[in-house]
Design a protein around this ligand. Structure first.
Ligand code: ZN
Length: 103
């Protein structure tokens, strides 16, 4: 695969990666620079069509507490060469009332 085919991250994604992305533990596989960041986007009802960019664990926990069925996409993005890759997809939300012991 040619580099210009995989290094086409949207400027918004790169901006998010630079500003709020959490550092990845590995270097970029394309340019080998330690510029790789992880960015999490959550999609679902009552969220923007392009997804909500989540920057803190607290924010994610709040979304996770929603009754809606949401999906989080964790994307690796390189600030150096704009390579990006969908790392994982996680179910978020759809919480029912907390289960408590009633003894
Ligand atoms: Zn790179």
């Amino acid at each position: 695969m040619r580099q210009d085919q995989v290094c086409d991250a949207h400027p918004e994604l790169i901006r998010a990666a630079r500003n709020i992305g959490s550092p990845a533990t590995i270097a970029c596989p394309i340019c080998a620079e330690p510029e790789l960041r992880l960015v999490t986007y959550v999609f679902g009802p009552r969220l923007p069509a392009h997804g909500r960019c989540v920057s803190t664990a607290d924010e994610l926990a709040k979304l996770d507490a929603r009754p809606d069925e949401l999906t989080a996409y964790v994307v690796e993005a390189c600030v150096g060469c704009r390579w990006h890759h969908l790392l994982r997809v996680l179910p978020v939300g759809r919480r029912t009332a907390p289960v408590r012991a009633t003894s």
